[in-house]
Design a protein around this ligand. Structure first.
Ligand SMILES: Nc1ncnc2c1ncn2[C@@H]1O[C@H](COP(=O)(O)OS(=O)(=O)O)[C@@H](OP(=O)(O)O)[C@H]1O
Length: 304
């Protein structure tokens, strides 16, 4: 919190519209460009835990769950700082931070939790080599699109999405930061056959958080009491996180994130896309989905 308040003027001045640069046709935030070689050569450690997601798939939610697990359900510890400062974002350099996040990661003590939105083919090779455990969260594309659209509306450093129709076109073409949702979820799905990846679905966590958190505990080889498990479920529920200033971005200057346009913790509800897609858009999307996901064993629920 202190860091956000102290750095708010710098953030306001420097967190301008992200420029876009493409690596192998994947649009990435321009902030990543000069640092790409260092990021790609990041040295992972075997006990690093990696949280990988396509944007708007529940990154902050899973970050909070993992932080609570790593801190044995200690809520106060998990409120030690804003989520953006608690764990590094591998590929980003935020203007209000003195160092890029990968350097911050290097200086952190183990076990480290490191977040990334990178597609699997762009992950630093040391993460595979060190056999790090990776939690991947995927969310159905329709809700992901709607959530990403609203995020572009409220975050001034992202391009103005104009309207849902325009954003819809960009999303299906993969012309948004981190590229094609289809390639992202398929790439990580394939990677799980050869790496230690726990592949989870946003909708499943919403439907049965206890069952999904138990899967995570098993993956992390961690035992906790029923009481702590219930505490984690409560603390990481949408309504509680929405009120948590260490998770909801309300401490950020409104010139950077304007929650009156759309809150960061917006709805958190599978099926919200139905309030936005027209019948025609939905039919077109389903056709496109069939083509792009043909042959994949991945299945998504678009409501629960
Ligand atoms: N606890 C909890 N339960 C359910 N849903 C949650 C929770 N926390 C965050 N969210 C919702 O996740 C969406 C944001 O996703 P990300 O954290 O991946 O966003 S980001 O890409 O890192 O900016 C965004 O989804 P939408 O509400 O649909 O916009 C958040 O509201």
């Amino acid at each position: 919190m202190a860091m956000i308040e102290k750095n708010a003027p710098t953030m306001e001045k420097e967190l301008k519209l992200f420029s876009i640069w493409e690596v192998d046709e994947v649009p990435l935030p321009g902030l990543t460009k000069e640092l790409w070689d260092q990021i790609y050569n990041f040295q992972a450690k075997p006990d690093d835990l990696i949280l990988a997601t396509y944007p708007k798939s529940g990154t902050h939610w899973m970050q909070e769950i993992l932080d609570m697990i790593q801190n044995d359900g200690d809520v106060e510890k998990c409120k030690r700082d804003h989520s953006l400062h608690r764990h590094p974002f591998l590929e980003l350099k935020f203007p209000h931070k003195e160092k890029p996040d990968w350097v911050i990661a290097l200086e952190m003590s183990s076990p480290r939790l490191i977040k990334t939105h990178l597609p699997s083919q762009m992950i630093p090779p040391s993460i595979w080599k060190e056999n790090c455990k990776i939690v991947y969260v995927a969310r159905n594309p329709k809700d992901c699109l709607v959530s990403y659209y609203h995020f572009h509306r409220m975050a001034s450093y992202l391009p103005d999405p104009q309207n849902l129709e325009e954003f819809y076109e960009k999303f299906v073409l993969g012309k948004v930061f981190y590229g094609s949702w289809f390639d992202h979820v398929k790439g990580w799905w394939a990677a799980k056959d050869t790496h230690r990846i726990l592949y989870l679905f946003y909708e499943d966590i919403k439907k049965d958080p206890k069952r999904e958190i138990e899967k995570i505990l098993k993956f992390l080889e961690k035992d906790i009491s029923e009481e702590i498990l219930n505490k984690i479920i409560y603390h990481t529920s949408f309504d509680v996180m929405k009120q948590n200033p260490m998770a909801n971005y309300t401490t950020w200057p409104t010139s950077i994130m304007d929650h009156s346009i759309s809150p960061f913790m917006r709805k958190g509800m599978p099926g919200d896309w139905k309030n936005y897609f027209t019948v025609a858009q939905n039919e077109e999307f389903d056709k496109d989905y069939q083509n792009k996901m043909a042959g994949s064993t991945l299945t998504f629920r678009t409501e629960i």
